[in-house]
Write a protein that binds this ligand. Sequence first.
Ligand SMILES: Cc1cc2nc3c(=O)[nH]c(=O)nc-3n(C[C@H](O)[C@H](O)[C@H](O)COP(=O)(O)OP(=O)(O)OC[C@H]3O[C@@H](n4cnc5c(N)ncnc54)[C@H](O)[C@@H]3O)c2cc1C
Length: 502
Amino acid sequence: MGNLTVFKVSRKRLCTDAAAKASISTSGKPVHEHEENQSFRSDVQQYDIAIVGGGMVGMALASSLASTPLTKHLSVAIIDSNPALGSKKIIKKEDPPDPRVSTVTPVTISLFKDVGAWQYVEQNRHAYFESMQVWDYTGLGYTRYDARDISKEVLGCVVENKVLHSALFSSIQDTDFQKTIYPCRLSSMTVQPNISYDGGNDTLSKTKLHNEGRLAKLELSDGNSLYAKLVVGADGGKSHVRELAGLKTTGWKYPQSAVICTVEHDEENHCAWQRFLPAGPIALLPIGDKYSNIVWTMNPKESQECTIMSEDEFVKAVNHALDYGYGPRPKSGLFGNEGILSLLGGGPTLSANEGFQVPPKVVKLASGRMAFPLSLMHANNYASKRVVLIGDAAHTVHPLAGQGVNLGFGDAFALSKIISEGIAVGTDIGELSLLKKYESDRKSANIMMMAVLDGIQKAYSVDFGPLNLLRAAAFHGAHYISPLKKNIISFASGEHKLPLFS
Ligand SMILES: Cc1cc2nc3c(=O)[nH]c(=O)nc-3n(C[C@H](O)[C@H](O)[C@H](O)COP(=O)(O)OP(=O)(O)OC[C@H]3O[C@@H](n4cnc5c(N)ncnc54)[C@H](O)[C@@H]3O)c2cc1C
């Protein structure tokens, strides 16, 4: 190994047998202000857990481990070359808005509160929304949703990704958690097959433990190596961990890309809007102050054009897509049977009485525009010996319902819980049988959400008379039939029951 510089962070701590202390390692210059006691290590470091990928989901796992009594003493390495990780730059509310945002569900909000991260989100720009309107370009129907339909205060909150990331990082900094950040990338990984052992000999060398299959070995792009009992792949849709572990995937590319950016209105927006157009949906999501975020799905060629056309042309195209373009505004009472529908399974929801509303006009662009190709991908298995996948490394979904990172946060918190349960009964945290419990816990929830999103994507990709009518009937049903509407809202809030009649 090259010279690994370890900078200890001044915090009181308890240690496991792992060598790592609460520290930040760099191959070059120090990256944190609170570093002290520089020391040099020539041996290969050993950790309980190596998290490869310190994006939002990797940091959610670290935050959950840091705040759970049975896991907060684990030694953890976080490997990611993203400069945002551990950056000294403080995010300010007045900073210009970032085009990358996420709609987080009430379930995610409560998980963030549990680990002490939500308070940091609330110190920055964010927008709770209590209503949502969905309609399509045919003008045949619309649905309005209101949090009060299910006796909740909000349907969700839109937050910039950098704010979610830094809130999780701050929540970890509030603890004594032993973490070491490696600002580089994973190059290779080896896990040896199991050799039976008596389980009692803790004095074996790390090399021997690795040779016996009791530690994974990671090689990093800066020349460092490390050992870990468990390697977590939180390294996104193109996960190197997944590839190195030989975990296969199923999926396909959508013939669509999403253009994202932040826009400004004359007044504050408090509703989440989504209109389905012939080439895909356009969403206008409030993000606080007079800003909203646009997620506009279209074919890849159009998406390229949208990122280079002039700002004025783009603003015009957005207003056209959100209101009068492609087709008429829907009218209420198109089918004339709303009264009967609202009697199906109980009285009407509050939002069933709300008429169609026109979204606020966009007056100017407030950020750069970015285009992302879209795909559906699911790892056939989330776990192999000493390796487990979370977040986009395990699954990517269409962004039309803003669920991707919420599923990832669900994975991160579920894995942390399973690790804690394993520690409680003295199980090796890299054992496949333990990791399979996490897999079976998350797979069904993730697959169900993927199926629903893929179904919606397909249903709205076809412009065909009878199907248009069927879609209009679906909007109509969702608007007026109370049990269906309540189930859809609960499902989208992160309570993963199928959106059917209860
Ligand atoms: C247009 C669009 C809109 C979206 N909107 C929403 C929304 O509203 N709500 C929602 O829930 N989801 C949304 N999503 C999905 C969401 O953005 C992703 O699910 C989320 O970013 C996944 O987080 P992650 O941490 O798993 O992966 P990533 O964000 O991809 O992070 C992976 C990390 O791993 C690091 N990495 C990669 N390779 C290596 C390596 N070899 N070694 C070390 N580190 C590595 C990267 O640097 C990165 O920091 C949207 C997605 C798109 C494309």
